[in-house]
Design a binder for this molecule. Structure first.
Ligand code: GDP
Length: 291
């Protein structure tokens, strides 16, 4: 997957992170160098908190190669719990996030990823507010050979989720992916809806949902991070899918997200194609950022 990471992170690498090696190579970590690194990290949306942490770690490791330390610190920051929890059959994955973040596309790409790994998938059209979202999901169902459970526009999203889990249990399917609504301007209603979905599917399968993945558009940067904080208040997010990394020079937002939310990134979107969603790998990610 490394080449995909490299290509997807090209803008971020060429604009900011790639310069770090030059700044650090063969130099002592004096105030001027520190300021340059700090500036590159902040400009790439790493955020103040994570930037200060990284600089502190480099300072503490004086004597060691600063560039290698930086790599090590970034990998450490991003490595924990990046794997999906796929132990039960069916595994229920709830996709949440604001409209436009890439939720439906990611649900489709995930279905494709699982199908290619020999798993059977049920897609649930829980965004019943937009007819287009239901249609879009049906297209993904055909494309990935997955069953789509959908009701009419305006139907109760929790009922769709319940039917999908029910269907998966009775047909012995591996994975259920719930594509939920994302109208954040009606925050209270949206969060109630998400909670209701979780409550209702528990009636069928007590440990569900096994994963609640928050989809964040990397292009929206710090704004996306603020939205994430709102979701985190209301639902128990287990992982992040960071989409559209190919469309931004500010891919450092990945580091800010993990540091500030304390939630792991589990997948990244590196393009619009079906195969452009990749399981997150901290080491590949950091190597692709830096060189
Ligand atoms: P939703 O409203 O959250 O369901 O968003 P959609 O799934 O409809 O996606 C919105 C747009 O983002 C679509 O045009 C997608 O093709 C695009 N998109 C999603 N993920 C990626 C990605 O990783 N890279 C790029 N370049 N575009 C993406």
């Amino acid at each position: 997957f490394f080449e995909k990471f490299k290509k997807g992170l090209q803008k971020t690498r060429e604009t900011f992170f790639g310069k770090i090696k030059e700044v650090l190579s063969g130099k002592k970590l004096d105030e001027e160098v520190k300021e340059e690194i700090e500036e590159l990290l902040i400009l790439s949306d790493v955020g103040v908190e994570a930037t200060e942490y990284i600089i502190k770690k480099i300072e503490e490791s004086s004597g060691e190669d600063a560039y290698e330390t930086l790599k090590k610190v970034l990998v450490e920051m991003l490595s924990d719990n990046t794997e999906l929890n796929l132990f039960e059959k069916p595994t229920v994955i709830n996709m949440v996030g604001v409209n436009g973040s890439g939720k439906t596309t990611t649900a489709g790409k995930l279905a494709s990823y699982f199908s290619k790994n020999g798993k059977s998938v049920v897609l649930a059209a829980c965004d019943t507010f937009r007819a287009a979202a239901i249609d879009q999901l049906k297209v993904w169902g055909e494309r990935t050979n997955s069953t789509v459970i959908a009701h009419q526009e305006g139907a109760d999203s929790a009922a769709v989720a319940f039917d999908a889990v029910n269907h998966a249990i009775s047909k012995n399917k591996d994975i259920v992916i719930l594509d939920t609504a994302g109208r954040l301007h009606t925050k209270k209603n949206l969060m109630e809806e998400l909670r209701k979905i979780n409550r209702v599917i528990k009636k069928k399968l007590e440990s569900a949902p096994h994963e609640i993945l928050l989809v964040i558009d990397a292009v929206t940067g710090q704004n996306g991070l603020q939205q994430a904080k709102i979701f985190k208040e209301f639902v128990n997010i287990t992982g992040i899918v960071l989409t559209k990394l190919d469309g931004t020079a500010k891919g450092g937002i990945a580091i800010a997200i993990v540091k500030e939310l304390g939630i792991p990134i589990k997948f990244v979107g590196l393009g619009e194609g079906v195969d452009d969603l990749k399981p997150f790998d901290a080491e590949d990610f950091v190597n692709a950022l830096l060189e």
